[in-house]
Structure formats: C-alpha cells, structure tokens
Design a protein around this ligand. Sequence first.
Ligand SMILES: [Zn+2]
Length: 245
Amino acid sequence: MRVAPGTPAPLARLARAYPGRIAAADPDGLTWADGTRMAWADGPAPRTPAELFAAPRLADQMAQAYPAGEPTAPPPPGQDPGRVRCDAFFRHLYGGGEAEVRARLAAVPWPAGGPGATLLVTTVNGVDRRLAAAARELAALPEPLRRTWLAHPAGAFYWRTIAGTDRLSMHSFGIAVDLDARACDYWRWDHPRAGEADTVPYANHVPWAIVEIFERHGFIWGGKWHHYDTMHFEYRPELLPEGGD
Ligand SMILES: [Zn+2]
C-alpha cells in the first residue's frame, strides 16, 4: 500500500485498514487493487444531516473519530462515528449486490448460542476469522452475560435497508452482528418520531466486557453513537486503534 505525501491522515488510515484491497492513497483519493479510483472529497460538502447520510463523500465517512476505550458519558448530539457510510465504498469491498455478497459468506461458530449455533458473515477481509476469534472469547464470559446478551443474537448477514431509510444496512454486506434485541436499546424503537437531525435521550444496557472484545477484533459498536443501536457491531477497522489482529 502506497501513501503519497500530502494524503489526509484519515484517508491513509482508511487505506491501511484494508491491505491487499486498496493499493494506494494520495491527496485526491484512493486506488483499489483492481485499478478503480475513488475520490476523497469530490464536490461540495453535504449541508444537512439528510444530505450527509444520503450521499456522503469518503471524507465525510471518515470525518468523525471513533472514541477509544470505555465511554464515561453518553455520546453528545451529532456524534455518530461510523454511521456515515459511502455505499460505493462498501459495495466495492464486499460485493455490488446480494448474489455477489452471498457467494462470499461463511457460517461462523457462535458457541455462546449453544452447540451448532452459527452466524453468517463475509469471508472478505477475514471478517469470518475475526468474528470467530471474538466469539470464542465471548463464550468464555460469565453465564449471566452470555444468557442475557449473547445466547440469542438477532442476526448477522441480511440483505436489507436500514429501518426508516432507503440506505443499505451493513448487515447486507455480512460485516455486522446484532446481539439479543430484547436486552438492547435502539433509538428508532425508543423514539419512533425522531429523525437523523434530532437529539435523543441515550440508553444502553450492554456491558463493556462484551464491547471490549468486539472492538479488539475490529468491530465498532453502535452504543458509541448518539443515535444509539446498542445491539449492533460492525467490522470497521479503520475506526479502531491500528495494529490489532
Ligand atoms: Zn445491526
């Protein structure tokens, strides 16, 4: 991976997170291993939350830093690191359509769910290996934690849009996992009349011991978003400390 002088630091970080897939980064954008170019900040910046979520540039996708470590306070309004996503970037990484994504899936053992339990995720970028490693550690947590949050995960791969939007969910790419929805909190369920631009009172019941394991294996947590989705974990190594597994 080549990083040209003058490349914005968040772009270099994004490129380094996907070795073998992204060949180079420069001040104008990135070059995929197949030669495709993708611009870093083409056109004007989005002006409204609706524009930001509907048609972000790569620079907008990387604009917010994901806070490291255990949170000491709820995420402030406007802090949703990782929720702004360029559809074209993820389609290039994981597959442009459902059939293409499906052809790259694997069933990962989920021992906290009992013998034979599995979750379907992509093999691209080793996401299946990383989830399997996290799953082994999660299964070693104390029984009350396993029973409440891990025994009945709400799902992994599922080709669908995000509730209330026409944007593809990261579950569509096989890079996201949901814990037991009954034990978790989601802003859209708690505040059905609120929109992306509204502030909402934060809620979370997921213990840090679970989050810490996922993060160490490359998965960010929806509990670090003001628009919280505390059951949700997704593979986004570019937002986590570098040098992990
Ligand atoms: Zn989810």
